[in-house]
Design a protein around this ligand. Structure first.
Ligand code: PLP
Length: 354
């Protein structure tokens, strides 16, 4: 193999159990949308089932169908919004769907469709969802028309922030949601995303939490100290060279490598998901030495500077740790977004469960 991502099954299971414990033993919905953040939704869902996760969150119908067709026997919730033809299909397949508009509720009634629905409320995200002050009307509509109201939820927009302002904003969202659900007894009432579990576990409402990025140890772009690393992208040294004069490295000549320095070429590039912004401050590990990324990251290759103490021993095919939670935690790159990074892991990168 040239470049691959190792998924640590035991650490993933550990993290789920830890999150469940933090959430006071509430049921955990595993958010495995976007191919489980790039790691492989079928494989990740199977691992989660081993620790009792039996409810999975997806972005759309197609993603839920992929798991059903793979034989995953569980409940599925489409977290986003669906088109009308998708509502019809989700109903047939017994897939739970989020509903954000009266138009869709009327569509269900007029077409005698009765899927398990989760009403989505907008408490501050301003994306999907009913307005908070529509709650009474919407819930009454569901009751009057005998709709299958399985759940009510909202989404936190800034729960991974770490200022007083972000904290207050999240607490306001929680308060608004509390007012909506205070007199309701539903199978599923849920508000917490990953940071809602790790940062706000004392304020959790409802009986279900939605774990996404925290399964991979993150709260925002930072590693959560008590959670374990799950994915490590690895590669191998493809080529090395010592330059005998000051030399520009890579496209655009943005980096000058001084004479008598050694660099290595690693077979991973932005087509594999190694984002170009990692040029500014990114590094890899070779035999436990930090080797800084130098020059623009290319589509299929990346150059790294080999420190003096490694020059003598580095060999072709030496293993390279390109990225893991600890490396991401150490980076201070404003463009970095760990969700974007993970979902951008390219097709050439083999997913290996260890
Ligand atoms: C994606 C998503 C999540 C998971 O978010 P994380 O921050 O990764 O935990 C939870 N809830 C909803 C509604 C989502 O769309």
């Amino acid at each position: 193999m040239r470049t691959w991502v190792e998924i640590d099954k035991e650490n993933l299971k550990y993290n789920i159990l830890k999150l469940k414990e933090l959430a006071n033993n509430r049921e955990v919905l595993g958010v495995v949308k976007a191919n489980a953040y790039g790691l492989g939704s079928v494989e990740i869902a199977k691992i989660l089932q081993e620790v009792g996760v039996n409810f999975f969150g997806l972005a759309n119908l197609e993603e839920a169908i992929e798991l059903q067709e793979a034989g995953i026997n569980a409940n599925f919730l489409i977290l986003g919004a669906s088109f009308e033809d998708e509502l019809v299909e989700a109903t047939k397949r017994g897939i739970h769907t989020a509903i954000s508009s009266m138009q869709q509720l009327r569509f269900l009634v007029e077409n005698n469709l009765n899927p398990n629905i989760h009403l989505k409320f907008d408490t501050g995200m301003t994306r999907l969802g009913f307005e908070v002050d529509e709650a009474e009307e919407v819930i009454n509509f569901c009751k009057t028309n005998n709709l299958n109201l399985a759940g009510i939820f909202t989404h936190l927009s800034d729960s991974d922030g770490n200022t007083i302002d972000t904290k207050n904003f999240t607490l306001e969202q929680i308060e608004k949601f509390k007012n909506i659900v205070k007199d309701l007894d539903l199978k599923y009432i849920h508000i917490s995303n990953s940071a809602g579990i790790t940062n706000f576990h004392e304020n959790i409402l409802g009986n279900l939490v939605r774990a996404g990025i925290a399964m991979y140890s993150f709260t925002g772009n930072k590693k959560t100290p008590y959670l374990k690393n799950v994915f490590t992208i690895k590669s191998k040294v493809l080529f090395t060279k010592k330059v005998n004069k000051d030399s520009f490295v890579s496209y655009g000549r943005h980096y000058t490598l001084p004479a008598d320095s050694t660099y290595a070429v690693i077979p991973i590039g932005y087509a594999d998901g190694l984002k170009k912004y990692l040029t500014k401050g990114g590094y890899v590990l070779i035999n436990n030495h930090r080797c800084e990324i130098i020059g623009n990251i290319c589509m299929d290759m990346t150059m790294v500077r080999i420190p003096k103490e490694l020059e003598k021993t580095i060999k072709i095919s030496d293993e390279v740790t390109v990225i893991n939670a600890d490396i991401i935690d150490n980076l201070n790159i404003p463009e970095l977004c760990v969700w974007e990074f993970m979902t951008g892991i390219g097709r050439r990168v083999k997913r290996i469960i260890v």
